[in-house]
Every structure is written in C-alpha cells, then in structure tokens.
Ligand binder design. Structure first.
Ligand SMILES: Cc1cc2nc3c(=O)[nH]c(=O)nc-3n(C[C@H](O)[C@H](O)[C@H](O)COP(=O)(O)OP(=O)(O)OC[C@H]3O[C@@H](n4cnc5c(N)ncnc54)[C@H](O)[C@@H]3O)c2cc1C
Length: 481
C-alpha cells in the first residue's frame, strides 16, 4: 500500500503488548489419548480450502480446527460483499476450488434456481458470477464437509491472538482467554487490514459495510486508488443513489482493463538475461504482444503459469523496481474487470459521476463534516485542493511490515516467523513452511495465500491458492504419518 499523508486528528496507535496469558501447554494427545488436532487460522478462501483438503488427506480420526474471528466461514474478505454488481474478476469456469474438478463451481452455478441474487450476470457460460454467490458456494462446501463427519471439522468462531510453540505442536490463545493445542498449524490469515486509523471522514477500510453509507448528495467523495477496489466502491455508491461525483485519484490514473475473448498464445521461453531484469522482461513482453498482433491478453495469460518462477528468479533490486515502476501496469492488465462491470464504469465516467485524476495526495485536513484534500497533479508544479465529504483509501492490501495485527506481531516478536525480504508478508519455503527469525523452517507450521505474496507474488487468486491448499494438506498429512 502506498504511503499516504496521515489525516490530522489521528489517534496514536496502540502497540501490541506481550500476551500475559502466554504459558506452556501440554500435548493434548498425551492428556486425552485422542489424536491432536490440526489448526487452520483464518476461514477465508485459503483457510476454507486447506480445511477441505486436510479433510481429504488426513486420516478420519484427526480433528481439524478451523478458527475464524469474523464468524463467517468461507467467504473471507473477497466473497463477503452482498452487492449483486460486485462480480468475480475471473470467469466462473476458472473458479473451481478443486484443481482436479475444473467445472465444480460452474456445475454448482448451473444447479442454482433462476432469479437468484447475482444470477443476472450468468446469461452465458464463461460469464462472471457475483462474489456473493461464490461466498455462499464456499460456505456450502464447508457445511457439507462438517455434516459428512460430525465433530471432525470444527468451526471455531474466535480470534487467535497468539500462536506459540508448545511440546509436540503449538498453543493457540484465543481472544476469549481460552487456549487450544494443535499438533500442526496452517496460517491462512489473508489480506491484512490497513494500518491507518479510520476517522469519520477518512476510511482505511474500503470493504467495510459502513464505508459507503451515510453519504450526502451534494459533496464529492474521494477514493484514493483506481484499481478494482475503487470500482467496487464507485459501483456501490452509485447504487445507493448518491449523485456524486466520486473522484478517484492515483499516481497514473489507470483503471483495470476489461476481460474480452482473446486467442491463446504459446508459452514464452525467457532468456536468463530477461529473467534477471524487470526492464528486459517488459521489453520482451512488448515484443511478444507486437508479434501477436497486439493480443496482450493472450500474452499475459500465457505467462500466468510461470509468474511465480519469474518473480523468484528476479534479483531483489529488480523486484523492488518492478513494484515501484511496473506493478500498476501489470495489475491493470492482469486483474481485469468483468465486461458488464467495465460497461458500468464507462457509463459512470461518461455521465460525470466518476472522475479520475492523476496525481498524489499531499495532505488531508478534516474540518467538521468536510475534508480539504491537497493534492499534486502528475507532472504539475502547483498543488490543488478538493473539498470532499469522505476520503476512502483503496490502495490495496496492507504490507505486513506496517501491520499492527496482533497474531502476526506476536509471531514476529517470538521469532517464530519473519517477514519476507520486501516486508509484504511472511517468509516461507517453496513448500510453504514458515521460516523463523533465523531463517529455519518451523516444524508443523505452514502459511498460504496473500500472506505469502512477497515470496511468490502471484498467489492471491483462486487458481493459485487452490494449488497451494493441496500442497499444504499433503505436506501436513505426510508430516503426521
Ligand atoms: C475484493 C476482492 C475480490 C477478489 N476477487 C477475486 C476473484 O474474482 N477471483 C480470484 O481468483 N481472486 C479474487 N480475489 C483474490 C483472492 O481470491 C482473495 O485474496 C482470497 O480470497 C484470499 O483468501 P484468504 O483466505 O487468504 O484471505 P482473506 O479473505 O483475507 O481471509 C482471511 C481470514 O482470516 C481471518 N483471520 C485473520 N486473522 C485471524 C486471527 N488471528 N484469528 C482468526 N481469524 C483470523 C479473517 O477474519 C479472514 O476471514 C479477490 C480479492 C479481493 C480482496
């Protein structure tokens, strides 16, 4: 997330204190004689998928604890939105959570009764379902697994505040003061909440239900960021009947492209020189697009299977360069909008409801019910100011290095985990085992999903996470054999 000037009147953030309940816990297997459980922390897409895969890969007597602080098991941050126009940005046919059953989600969709919320986007095969439907689908998968073997997969509605090594496994401390033991643990804590402290006028929580409520009809709203989250917000504000305008501001003022049919391109064989330089990679990609008559969608899709290795082959300074200069361009080509959403965006822009600016925010001064935002247009010498009723920060998920997340900070403080070299998330091995402060793999501890994106870069979308979930479940099963 790009650094932003702090709004004035910000309250000081509290520092996480060492957990006073931290105490050794005995091995539950020794105490009860039953198999000790495997714990999964977080029940968004990643945690849900790991739990389902663990249920397949572990012997039936091994309990699985799925811990989720929100109480919603399955949807996580991405698939909680109930708005019917918040659509998946991947075709339904590519959204199966199971690598070996590619049409699983599409088949489920086809069985849903006509007229369901979100169904209006399902006119043709290969179209884009609503994220709410996908969240419901994940919840149902989990429900079915729980019912199939009562007591084995346990959903625990609680926040894990501390995870610490204990004899034969880990102790999990919960926010309600209780502690459970697990013989192995998977961290699926996902997209970290923004570190900024919300005020009534400046919101760092773009996905919270109250972020777009209570808006006045006569004053603009500013959204910082012009990616898919901004588009969600603009669509939502428009649907609330707020006349706008919604002003979206980012460094380049670039919006995601739309999905469109594109012929598949052959895989690209990059040279060693290209693999070691962000600029050389870009030059090669441009040449490929030219050779494919401008079919950039085909080229971007062709390198999807190798983006993780391309990322890992790049030396650290090149990865940093990519993040600073090329990331925006990659994101708008790679994470594309559903065509019907793109049509909505176009119409909102044409009507003047959505206005896009290029530049950066210099200062936000809150004054009663309004905020004065001073901003610098790109390549302009002088700054300008905007009076808005709300500022919504939608610049992407938080970097782990900035987070105040209690569990994560505790893991780092205990030396059980360390950050990846870019500070984006947690450091793991290629097998997704957590690396401790000394760079050694921690026995019995894995992580997957967006929290390991610094190591793999492309590991936040369903096709990536579903593969990681199988990988982790197999590794846990092998370890416990
Ligand atoms: C808005 C949005 C839309 C997306 N749309 C698509 C799409 O269309 N297609 C696609 O392929 N990908 C999409 N993605 C990307 C991807 O699918 C998600 O990032 C993915 O769902 C990540 O899931 P997750 O479980 O790792 O993280 P999250 O969804 O963030 O879930 C993590 C969960 O862990 C819980 N948690 C965290 N800490 C604790 C704790 N200490 N104790 C207990 N619980 C805890 C949280 O409450 C949360 O529910 C989207 C992402 C976002 C943000």
């Amino acid at each position: 997330m790009a650094a932003l000037p702090r709004p004035r009147k910000r309250r000081p953030e509290r520092r996480a204190r060492p957990d006073p309940r931290a105490r050794p816990v005995g091995n539950a297997r020794a105490v009860t004689g039953e198999a000790a459980p495997v714990a999964v922390i977080g029940a968004g897409f990643s945690g849900t998928l790991v739990a389902l895969q663990l249920a397949r890969h572990l012997p039936p007597h091994r309990p699985i604890l799925l811990c989720e602080r929100s109480g919603a098991f399955g949807p996580g941050l991405a698939y909680t939105s109930g708005h019917p126009d918040h659509l998946l940005n991947v075709r339904a046919a590519n959204m199966s959570p199971f690598p070996e059953a590619p049409s699983h989600f599409q088949d489920w969709l086809d069985r849903q009764p006509a007229g369901e919320a979100g169904q209006r986007h399902l006119a043709a095969p290969g179209s884009f379902a609503s994220r709410a439907l996908y969240g419901r689908y994940l919840g149902e998968l989990l429900e079915a697994e729980v019912a199939a073997c009562p007591g084995r997969l346990q959903r625990i509605h609680a926040q894990v505040t501390c995870l610490r090594p204990a004899e034969g496994g880990f102790a999990l401390d919960f926010a309600d003061g209780s502690t459970r033991f697990a013989t192995a643990c998977v961290l699926a804590i996902g997209n970290l909440p923004a570190a900024g402290t919300c005020t009534p006028l400046v919101r760092y929580d773009p996905w919270a239900t109250t972020t777009t409520t209570g808006l006045r009809p006569d004053i603009p709203v500013l959204i910082i960021g012009t990616g898919l989250t901004m588009i969600d917000l603009a669509v939502e504000i428009f649907a609330r009947g707020v006349p706008g305008p919604v002003v979206a501001l980012s460094r380049h003022g670039l919006l995601p492209h739309a999905h469109a049919p594109a012929p598949a391109c052959p895989p690209i064989a990059f040279s060693d020189t290209e693999r070691r330089s962000a600029l050389a990679l870009l030059t090669r990609l441009r040449a490929e697009v030219a050779a494919q008559d401008g079919n950039w969608r085909g080229v971007v899709d062709a390198i999807r299977p190798m983006t993780q290795t391309l990322w890992q082959d790049m030396p650290l300074p090149e990865r940093t360069r990519f993040l600073r200069h090329l990331r925006t361009f990659w994101d708008i080509h790679r994470h594309r909008m559903a065509p019907s959403v793109a049509a909505m965006v176009e119409s909102m822009r044409q009507s003047g409801f959505l206005q896009v600016l290029r530049g950066r925010v210099l200062d936000i001064a809150e004054d009663g019910e309004l905020a004065e935002v001073s901003w610098q247009p790109r390549r302009a010498a002088t700054s300008r100011s905007l009076i808005v009723q709300r500022v919504i920060v939608a610049t992407g998920v938080e970097k782990a290095v900035r987070t105040s997340d209690r569990l994560l900070r505790g893991l780092l403080d205990l030396g059980v985990a360390r950050l990846d070299v870019l500070g984006m998330g947690l450091d793991v091995t290629a097998e997704l085992r957590l690396l401790n402060a000394r760079g050694r793999p921690v026995d019995g501890l894995w992580a997957l999903g967006p929290i390991v994106r610094g190591v793999f870069w492309e590991c936040t979308a369903v096709p990536d996470i579903r593969a990681q979930a199988v990988q982790v479940a197999r590794a846990v099963a092998e370890t416990l054999e």
